[in-house]
Structure formats: structure tokens, C-alpha cells
Design a protein around this ligand. Structure first.
Ligand SMILES: O=C([O-])CC(=O)C(=O)O
Length: 166
């Protein structure tokens, strides 16, 4: 799916940037997956070194949405791997942004979705099922609410209160 260019979106939405209705995430994310550019309505989840709820969400129909995972920036395990990447692709998610680590990078890079993460880590996460879905999260220096819009491309990641027009 064609996505609007983040740089152009910043240039043409100065008032939204000033009001905070449009925010740029800090440039701390690595780029993975086949789709360097992706966008869609956001689904939020907050977990810590436990990806049971991540799988639960990715098992539902994505319908072009973007899953934003606040993993507390943990550098101790991966929250998404090749299986979840494949699942996300098959269920129609546009992308996944992880405030934390992923693994099976070669497999994820083969998936037809966009993925952003802080880093990769070979170890899997706990499987306790602890966390919260659809709550406001803090990722990349900005507050992100379920239902807001995310736009990612090679230049960065934007979050907008409402859908941006191209
Ligand atoms: O299941 C996990 O913990 C993550 C993973 O390795 C995968 O998605 O393939």
C-alpha cells in the first residue's frame, strides 16, 4: 500500500506538529521487514519481556492496522520473532513497532509487513500473559493512544491524532 512521505507530511502539517496532534517519534528504531513504508490505525499494547498478549492480538484480523508494542525498551529478550512476523503478515497487519527487541531477523525481513524495533536479541520472552492492551503508551518520546494513526518510512515514524490526507 502506498504511504504518505513522512518528511512531506511534516512540511505540510506545521500547525498539527505545533499543537502536538502530529508527533515525530525519536529516531531510535531500526528498519526491518519488506515494507519500508507503512501506515495505519494504531493498536497499542504494553508488556514487559512477555509476548503472550502480542500473539493474541496478531491472531486477530489486522485490517491494515499497526501494532505498537511498548516493551519497556528491554534489551534482554525478543518480543517478536519469525513466527509472529509471518502471523502478522497472514492476518493483514500493516506493521509492528516494538519498543524493545525482535529476533529471527532474516525471517522477519522476508515478511510482507513493516517492522521497527530498537534492536535484535536471540532469546525468546516469558510466556506468562501479563500486560495490557489498548492503553496509552509512551514510545519513542511520545504518548501514543490506541486508534491514532502511524506513518513510517525510511525517514522516520509519525503519529497523528487523526488520519492525514496525502
Ligand atoms: O514466539 C516467540 O516468542 C517469538 C518468536 O520466536 C517467533 O515469533 O517466532
Amino acid at each position: 500500500m502506498a504511504s504518505l512521505a513522512t518528511a512531506e507530511a511534516c512540511d505540510s502539517n506545521v500547525a498539527l506538529l505545533a499543537s502536538g496532534d502530529l508527533r515525530c517519534l525519536q529516531p531510535i528504531f531500526q528498519i526491518y521487514g519488506q515494507c519500508r513504508a507503512f501506515s495505519g490505525p494504531i493498536v497499542t499494547i504494553k508488556v514487559f519481556e512477555d509476548n503472550v498478549l502480542v500473539r493474541e492480538l496478531l491472531e486477530t484480523r489486522g485490517e491494515g492496522r499497526v501494532l505498537v508494542i511498548d516493551g519497556g525498551a528491554s534489551m534482554r529478550c525478543a518480543l517478536v520473532g519469525g513466527n509472529l512476523g509471518q502471523l502478522a503478515q497472514n492476518m493483514g497487519w500493516a506493521g509492528i513497532v516494538v519498543n524493545g527487541c525482535i529476533r529471527d531477523v532474516d525471517e522477519i525481513n522476508g515478511c510482507d509487513i513493516g517492522v521497527r524495533a530498537l534492536a535484535c536479541h536471540p532469546q525468546k520472552s516469558n510466556k506468562k500473559g501479563i500486560g495490557e492492551k489498548h492503553i496509552p503508551i509512551h514510545v519513542g518520546g511520545t504518548l501514543i493512544r490506541d486508534g491514532e494513526w502511524l506513518y513510517a518510512d525510511s525517514d522516520g515514524i509519525l503519529v497523528s491524532k487523526t488520519e492525514l490526507s496525502v
